[in-house]
Design a binder for this molecule. Structure first.
Ligand SMILES: C[S@@+](CC[C@H](N)C(=O)[O-])C[C@H]1O[C@@H](n2cnc3c(N)ncnc32)[C@H](O)[C@@H]1O
Length: 298
């Protein structure tokens, strides 16, 4: 599937090149304090996709499981991924690590009673001192590495706990993934003369499909990149606005609000909604194109 067009490339070039950085306390106590935001995003990615293969389908292929592996999932969130992979690890073991106790609790609840042994560990992915060298056959970091304060230490630690012959899989996006949504957001902010400090991209620029390879080479001998695309299509503005509002920092509900008028986010959401409605009236749907992929490292 190739959704790339010259128009999308052009839009991508207009996105801010600086990005927000999520603090550990914001990740733990604010954005991932509970599972609601993650639930909403995961549901929307699956419900509105046009690629028949889900992210878990791609990941399963990349993990190449025999069913006996010991798997460490860094930034495991609410266990949404683990639930889909687990049947392929009937004789294996799952350890999910996350900084946020709220989402970890959701993972624990979700996976309670499954046959594969599961362990849920609270901690930051750049400190894996709780785990021995070579303790895992698969280590994954799925849409989470851009939040980790010390990415280089995290990659070093991932390589240390990975057994010989194992795989480390880093799943992330291109910085211009979902550009239509971010363009609507930044255009509305420009119309509102929003303060300059809000014109930043998501933290994904810290480690993305574009710059991930150079950060991984210090820690892994073999690095293979597999990419795929998807296009979410929203034919009603409400579900799109819910999806938009679930994006950390770059959305109408969770951008840092210091010094902003109380109605700022309401107006921003209305303007983004008006734009999306105009596109839906014109095209039949509002498209959000995803450029995503995984580095498979050994
Ligand atoms: C976008 S979610 C992805 C969750 C899950 N991997 C998925 O794909 O469904 C990012 C996750 O990273 C976690 N996180 C953020 N900073 C972290 C850190 N320093 N160490 C471990 N997890 C972290 C968040 O709490 C959140 O659960």
């Amino acid at each position: 599937m190739d959704f790339r067009t010259p128009e999308l490339d052009q839009l991508g070039a207009t996105l801010p090149s600086t990005y927000f950085q999520l603090s550990t306390s914001d990740a733990r106590d604010r954005y991932f304090a509970d599972t609601r935001m993650l639930d909403g995003k995961q549901l929307a990615h699956n419900r509105f996709r046009t690629n028949p293969r889900t992210m878990a389908d791609h990941l399963l292929e990349q993990m190449a499981l025999t069913g006996r592996e010991r798997w460490l999932d860094l930034g495991c969130g609410n266990g949404f991924v683990a639930e889909q992979i687990r049947p392929h690890l009937a004789s294996g073991k799952i350890v999910g690590l996350d900084i946020a106790p709220g989402v970890l609790e959701a993972a624990r609840t979700r996976m309670a009673g499954v046959a594969t042994p599961c362990e849920w560990v609270e901690g930051s992915a750049d400190d894996l001192s709780a785990f021995a060298d070579d303790a895992f056959d698969r280590v994954t970091a799925i849409y989470m590495m851009h939040y980790v304060p010390d990415i280089d230490t995290c990659l070093h630690e991932a390589a240390r706990v990975l057994a010989p012959g194992g795989r480390f899989i880093l799943t992330t996006d291109r910085p211009d993934s979902m550009v239509e949504m971010f363009d609507a957001h930044f255009s509305a902010m420009r119309q509102m003369n929003a303060p300059e400090y809000l014109f930043k991209s998501t933290p994904k620029g810290r480690i993305s499909l574009l710059n991930g390879h150079e950060q991984l080479t210090a820690h892994f001998a073999e690095i293979d990149l597999q990419t795929w695309q998807d296009q979410l299509r929203f034919t009603a503005v409400g579900p799109f606005l819910d999806f938009y509002a679930a994006h950390n920092y770059c959305c109408a509900a969770s951008a840092p609000g210091d010094g902003l008028e109380p109605g700022f986010f309401t107006e921003l959401r209305e303007r983004v909604g008006e734009h999306a409605q105009m596109v839906i009236d014109r095209d039949g749907f509002f498209a959000v194109t995803k450029f995503t992929g995984s580095f498979i490292c050994q």
